[in-house]
Design a protein around this ligand. Structure first.
Ligand code: ZN
Length: 590
C-alpha cells in the first residue's frame, strides 16, 4: 500500500494557501478555489434567501451566536452545550461535504487530499467561522489510515467564548470540531474524529486540532463519541438527511419536500391516511395532486388494494358516466358487453377523481349516491352494486364558487369537503426546489440510461429563480428535457433547461464572484449603454477586454493622468506605491 505523504509545503501549495491574502488567493490553488465556491453563493434578498449550492444558508450575527452559546452553557452546563454544538457543527460539515461531493468531485475522484484540504478548509473560511491552515497530513491510498493536523486562526467560537467567560482552561471550539468530524467523515466515508488540543480561548496563539479515524483513537479519547457510522452519509449518496426522512417509504412514488408549506400538507395527509374519510385536494395544476393521492394510498390500510386515477376533464361528458360506473350490455347501441367502471375496479382501494368540477350534473348525482350509500348503478343497469372505495377528489378551481354559480351540486360539495387539504404551489415552497431538482435528475438519468449528475452554477441559478407557473410538473418536464439534451460530460447547463429566449432573468442583486452586487440583466439598461460601473463593465466585456488588458490600461491611464507620478497614480487606484510599481514591472516584463 503506497502512502501519499505530503509535505506541509506541498499541502499548502495545493491548498493555495502559501500566501493568504484575498486577491492573490482568490483563484489560486486546486479546485474548488474560493472563487468557484463563491460562485455558488447566491444572495436572493427579495426572496428572503441565501443559497450555497442547493443548501439554504443564513447570515447570523457572531454576537447572536455568542449569546445563544452563553445561554446554553448557563442552562445546560459545559458538557451538554459542547455536545449540542458539536452536533450542530456536524450537521454543517456533513452538508458542506455533500455540496463538495456533488459539485467538485467530478473528475477529481481519488484526489481526496485536495478535497479535504481545499474545500473543507476554504468552506470554513468562506462561512466566516475560522481561517484554517493545514499542518501535517498523511493518507493511505485505502483511506483507512489518516492523520491530519490543522491550525485554526481567528476562531469566532473562541472569540465569543472569551468575550462571555474570559480565558478558558479547556478548548472551546466545539462547533468547529463537530464540523471537522462531520465534513471529514462524510468525505472519507468512515468515521473520523478530531480533537482540539490547544485553543486561543486558553491563551494559545492559535487553535490546534488533530484528526484520525475513530478506530485509531485510544479508548476513551476523544472522550466523547457522539456519532455512529450509521449516522454518516455514505460516500456517493446525495440524499440529505431531511430528504431521506420525507422520501422514505415504498418506492419513488412518494412526494418529497422539506419546506414548511409542504410539511403542513404532508402532515394532514398522514393524519387522514389511517381513516377512510373522503379527501378533497385543492391546488393549482401541476402541484402533484395525483402524487399526493398515490402517497396517501400507499400509507393507508388500503395500500394493497388498487389505486385508480381518473381525470374527469379528459373524458367527454357523454362517456363520464359509463367510465366511472360501468355499462350493462344493451344499455345503448354499441354496448355489446357489460363492463365495470372505475368505481368497481377501485373496490378495496382508492379512487382518485381529478378535476371533479368538470363532471356533468347527472354524473354528480350518481357520484353523490356512491359517496353517501356506497352503491353505484351501471349505465343501463337496474341492480345497485356495492362498492368499497376510498374517494379522493381534486380540484384546481374554487368549488365553493362553482356551487354558487349552479355548476356544482351543493350536497355533493359538502360530502366531498370532509377533509380538505390545500397543496401549495411550488413558488410557495421554494425550499423544495433543490431537492426536487436532484430527485428528477436522478430519476430521468436512470430512466434514459444517461449519466447526467450535475448542474452548472448558472443552471442552478436559473432553476432557483424561475417562478414555475406549471408547478412541480413543469420543473419535472424541464429536468426531463435537460437530461435528454445534456452533453456527454453529464452536466446540465442553462441552455439544456430553457429554450433560447426563454431563460428566466437571473437573481436580481446576485452577488457576482468579485463580491460586487449587480442587478439582473433584465432590470438594468441594455448592455453597453449603461453609465457607471455596470455600463463600463458591459462595454469592457463587449470589447473582449481581458482582465490583464483592463489592468494594464487602468494603470497606464492613471499614470498618464498623474503625469508619471507613481505615488499619485497609486492613490487613484487604491494601491500602495509599491503595489503599483510591482504591477507596472510585471506588465513591462511581458
Ligand atoms: Zn479553539
Amino acid at each position: 500500500m503506497t502512502e501519499a505523504r505530503l509535505t506541509l509545503a506541498e499541502v499548502m501549495r495545493q491548498a493555495g494557501r502559501s500566501q493568504i491574502t484575498a486577491d492573490q488567493n482568490w483563484d489560486s490553488g486546486a479546485s474548488p478555489t474560493f472563487r468557484e465556491m463563491f460562485d455558488n453563493l447566491k444572495f436572493s434578498p427579495e426572496d428572503g434567501r441565501i443559497w450555497f449550492g442547493d443548501q439554504r444558508m443564513m447570515l447570523l450575527h457572531a454576537a447572536a451566536y455568542g449569546a445563544l452559546r452563553q445561554e446554553l452553557i448557563a442552562a445546560l452546563g459545559l458538557e451538554k452545550t459542547r455536545e449540542l454544538l458539536m452536533r450542530m457543527g456536524h450537521v454543517a460539515g456533513t452538508r458542506d461535504a455533500t455540496i463538495v461531493r456533488d459539485r467538485w468531485s467530478h473528475g477529481t475522484s481519488g484526489d481526496v487530499a485536495s478535497i479535504f484540504f481545499n474545500a473543507g478548509a476554504r468552506l470554513h473560511g468562506l462561512e466566516g467561522l475560522v481561517k484554517v491552515l493545514p499542518g501535517q497530513f498523511t493518507l493511505n491510498a485505502d483511506r483507512e489510515s489518516y492523520r491530519g493536523t490543522f491550525t485554526w486562526h481567528g476562531s469566532v467560537e473562541a472569540a465569543e467564548h472569551v468575550a462571555a467567560f474570559g480565558l478558558s482552561t479547556i478548548p472551546v471550539c466545539w462547533m468547529l470540531v463537530g464540523y471537522a468530524n462531520g465534513y471529514a467523515s462524510s468525505i472519507n466515508g468512515t468515521e473520523m474524529l478530531y480533537k482540539e488540543i490547544e485553543c486561543t480561548a486558553m491563551g494559545a496563539p492559535c487553535c490546534r486540532c488533530v484528526g484520525r479515524p475513530a478506530k485509531d483513537w485510544a479508548e476513551g479519547e476523544p472522550q466523547v463519541r457522539f456519532y455512529s457510522v450509521a449516522e454518516l452519509v455514505p460516500r456517493g449518496s446525495r440524499q440529505t438527511d431531511n430528504a431521506s426522512n420525507t422520501a422514505s417509504g415504498p418506492g419513488p412514488q412518494m412526494v418529497i419536500g422539506v419546506s414548511p408549506a409542504f410539511r403542513a400538507a404532508r402532515d394532514k395527509l398522514e393524519k387522514v391516511a389511517g381513516i377512510d374519510a373522503t379527501v378533497l385536494l385543492e391546488g393549482e395544476s401541476g402541484v402533484g395532486k395525483e402524487m399526493f393521492t398515490a402517497t396517501l394510498h400507499a400509507i393507508s390500510p388500503r395500500a394493497n388494494g388498487p389505486f385508480i386515477a381518473v381525470n374527469c376533464a379528459a373524458i367527454p361528458d357523454t362517456l363520464i358516466e359509463s367510465e366511472l360506473f360501468g355499462v350493462e350490455r344493451g344499455a345503448f347501441t354499441g354496448a355489446t358487453v357489460s363492463r365495470p367502471g372505475r368505481f368497481e375496479r377501485a373496490s378495496g382501494g382508492t379512487l382518485f377523481l381529478d378535476e371533479i368540477s368538470s363532471m356533468s350534473l347527472i354524473a354528480q348525482g350518481k357520484l353523490l349516491r356512491a359517496v353517501q350509500e356506497g352503491v353505484i348503478e351501471r349505465v343501463g343497469g337496474v341492480q345497485p352494486i356495492k362498492v368499497d372505495v376510498r374517494l379522493v377528489a381534486a380540484t384546481n378551481v374554487d368549488l365553493r364558487k362553482e356551487v354558487d354559480a349552479g355548476r356544482f351540486r351543493q350536497d355533493l360539495y359538502f360530502r366531498l369537503n370532509v377533509f380538505p387539504i390545500t397543496l401549495p404551489p411550488l413558488r410557495e415552497r421554494r425550499d423544495d426546489i433543490p431537492l426536487l431538482m436532484q430527485h428528477f435528475l436522478e430519476r430521468y438519468s436512470a430512466k434514459y440510461g444517461r449519466k447526467v449528475d450535475m448542474f452548472t452554477t448558472q443552471a442552478v441559478n436559473a432553476l432557483l429563480r424561475y417562478d414555475y407557473p406549471g408547478n412541480v410538473r413543469e420543473l419535472q418536464n424541464i429536468i426531463e428535457r435537460a437530461v435528454i439534451s445534456a452533453g456527454t460530460d453529464g452536466v446540465v447547463d442553462v441552455q439544456h433547461l430553457f429554450p433560447p429566449g426563454k431563460i428566466p432573468p437571473d437573481i436580481p442583486y446576485l452577488m457576482d464572484s468579485s463580491g460586487v452586487f449587480r442587478e439582473s440583466e433584465n432590470s438594468g439598461e441594455p448592455a453597453g449603454n449603461g453609465n457607471g460601473a455596470n455600463g463600463l463593465i458591459a462595454r469592457a466585456l463587449d470589447a473582449g477586454l481581458s482582465i490583464r488588458q483592463w489592468d494594464e490600461q487602468l494603470c497606464r491611464e492613471a499614470l498618464a493622468r498623474a503625469r508619471g507620478n507613481v505615488a499619485k497614480a497609486a492613490r487613484m487606484l487604491g494601491l500602495s506605491r509599491a503595489q503599483l510599481n510591482y504591477r507596472l514591472r510585471q506588465l513591462d516584463d511581458t
